[in-house]
Ligand binder design. Structure first.
Ligand code: TRP
Length: 335
């Protein structure tokens, strides 16, 4: 029996942090045995904001190494680079031509990023979610495990697929299979250490707002020492007026591997001075084996190149078939 398929990706911009790990990668690891996983580095998405060409390839390789270091297993998963599979931008173009413009300027992530950019907004920032729809549909996955912030892009993908099927397929015989988002409950939104109402993000100007997966123990200590808390004693989950408290407790829950009940009762009477060292040690202990494995992978000459070449071949075989199906449905002849 063939396993259901999942597909997901992360943009190789800046360092990966706990938000990427707890909100996405960790979930991929947890489900990888039940699914045939396709995981990629979205390096075509990475150029939708100004980028440094001297860093792009290196950043892409680092993300691939981090997937493996976090526990992605090549027996279950295919890891590949988006720009290595030319079907991605090609399908994106075909989808762009059937996507109404007003669907795109509704996208929250576009609006947020466009505001940050000011004058210099490239057209690619607007059409970004269409490329994402192409990324997904080339593999026709059953599920797309992403963080909460990507839900809107998944909905757009489904709208594009419905519209495509409606225009080019026959009723009751859809050409492309509708994908489902898979959003995990806990840790889907890891918040900033300096503002519990904002998502932990690579683009936050302050490095103190996030814990990067490669941060050394001393830096983790400093960041947690300086993170924002509140003046209330007794730490609880889910109090809307205490976003920092909920975020830090959730981080502790996920990093320590304890149950929610155990954390809730352990921390019910605690003050921050008592809690912060616990969280710090849990973070350091959790990240240490990941960092070791990361360095081993990066130091092994040729290893990543081989992984990514094999990934490209496997991905391309599937992607090209889907592209052909789509082009045929739209009326193109084969060369
Ligand atoms: N937009 C996603 C993010 O910022 C990355 C991404 C690009 C993606 N293409 C995708 C995620 C396809 C899932 C599926 O996190």
């Amino acid at each position: 029996m063939t396993k259901p398929r999942v597909l997901s990706g992360i943009q190789p911009t800046g360092e990966l942090h706990l938000g990427n790990y707890l909100g996405a990668i960790r979930n991929w690891v947890n489900i990888q045995e039940q699914y045939d996983s396709f995981l990629f580095m979205a390096d075509l998405h990475a150029i939708t904001v100004p980028h440094d060409p001297s860093q792009l390839a290196q950043n892409t390789a680092k993300v691939a190494a981090m997937y493996l270091a976090c526990g992605i297993d090549l027996n279950h998963a295919t890891i590949f680079v988006q720009s290595h599979v030319a079907a991605h931008p090609e399908l994106a173009w075909l989808f762009m031509c059937i996507t109404p413009l007003n669907w795109l300027d509704d996208m929250v992530q576009f609006k947020e990023k466009a505001i940050k950019q000011g004058e210099q907004v490239g057209a690619g920032l607007l059409t970004y979610p269409v490329l994402q729809a192409a990324d997904i549909m080339l593999y026709e996955p059953d599920k797309v495990p992403v963080g909460e912030d990507q839900k809107q892009h998944l909905e757009l993908t489904r709208d594009i697929v419905n519209s495509f099927n409606h225009r080019f397929g026959k009723p009751k015989h859809p050409i492309l299979k509708l994908p489902e988002p898979m959003i995990q409950a806990e840790g889907a939104r890891v918040m900033s250490l300096t503002d519990g109402t904002k998502k932990m993000s690579k683009s936050d100007p302050s490095d103190l707002s996030r814990i990067n997966l490669l941060d050394p123990p001393d830096l983790i200590r400093t960041k947690i020492k300086k993170c924002k808390t509140d003046p209330v004693k007794g730490l609880v989950f889910g109090d809307r007026d205490r976003p920092e408290c909920n975020n830090l407790l959730t981080l502790y829950l996920l990093l320590s591997g304890k149950t929610k009940e155990a954390v809730a009762s352990e921390c019910a009477e605690m003050g921050w001075g008592q809690f912060k060292p616990l969280l710090t040690e849990a973070a350091i202990a959790h990240l240490q084996p990941i960092q070791e494995k990361y360095h081993t992978i990066m130091n092994e000459p040729g290893y990543l190149d081989t992984v990514l070449r094999q990934g490209k071949e496997k991905a391309e075989a599937i992607a090209n078939q889907t592209l052909l199906k789509v082009k045929t449905a739209m009326g193109y002849s084969l060369p």
